[in-house]
Write a new protein. Sequence first.
Length: 391
Amino acid sequence: MILETYLHSILAQRKAEGLYRKRHTHQGAQTPTLLIDGKTYLSFCSNDYLGLAAYPEIIHALSQSAEKYGVGSGAAHLISGHSTAHQALESALAHYTGRARALLFSTGYMANLGIISGLLGRDDLIFMDKLNHASLLDGALLARAKLLRYPHADVAALDRLLQANPARHRLVVTDGVFSMDGTLAPLPELVAVAQRHNAWLMVDDAHGLGVLGAHGRGSLEHHQLDSEAVPILMGTLGKAFGVFGAFVAGSDALIETLIQTARSYIYTTALPPVLADATRTSLQIADKDQWRRDKLQALVNQFRSGAEQLGLPLTGSALTPIQPLILGKPERATALSEALYTRGILVTAIRPPTVPEGTARLRVTLSAAHEPEQVETLLYHLSDCLKHIHV
Ligand SMILES: *Cc1c(COP(=O)(O)O)cnc(C)c1O
């Protein structure tokens, strides 16, 4: 078949299934109001939970750093790309997570590929929650290990799988906060089961870090779990911290091993040093500005109680800024998203294969940069648009 013919058939099929994906191009920084085609939209779909993506102090840190380090790192970490900026951020992240060491990756996607394929191989077993992030799944595929998936948050099912499937190296991997659902993994129970079966445990806390816990240190702080309970902690820097990049934190031996074996660490250009410096400032602000977490939690409470009163299909956790409304068919999620868009509100529809069949949704996310009036506006239009949707 001719390539162009093939491509057009794929696109036509996507459109027919209501699964065609499009991008909105906005003209400025990631803030609650976005300018798209000259029109202002109220946005509820970023992962900038603490409102740090365009915060002046962090922008200043970045431009100061550029004076010293320039723009590009110019090489991979193991060649000549590893700078004092990277080193300082790794130390700060180790301190932040209460672990011996941390290792920077360019993105969370690459971190998960590198960690999983750097630690496991062909004869090993990986156990995952069915709702884990796509990058974890891809890490398992790249490792060529055997992948066993358990139903969402079903610790008893994991227990049975571990019982029935022995191997020399076994890794249990879970999101700390599930990215499309906002639910928390049952971490204390997962720790107990993993320990009972001598399996290793890895937590991807992309959506918990900066948000959960008494000091915002994430899912592990929330559940009061240490590095013995969860030896492999992965986090991202482009969500609550508002910058870019990712890391893994753990023991000295874990980090040294991954420096030798994680191919997505070794064979790629190091993150620009300016981003490392910006992130270090962001960590300090996330740490000291408790008001950001308090305000975010107040907005979450406001949204949930408003949605409940209006009879909206609320799910998720009362503790996280991810507040999806499950709508079922992709056409229904798309119709609601488009109706909101015509009223100047941006909430993108999330459809299969990102989420399971029959659970297409609007993934509403809140940020400390939102104001209560903006949440009221969202609630009003959500409820009004839902009355007029008939698919
Ligand atoms: C966003 C996300 C990632 C990927 O991180 P990036 O830095 O955006 O590549 C990994 N895991 C989870 C759970 C995520 O939500």
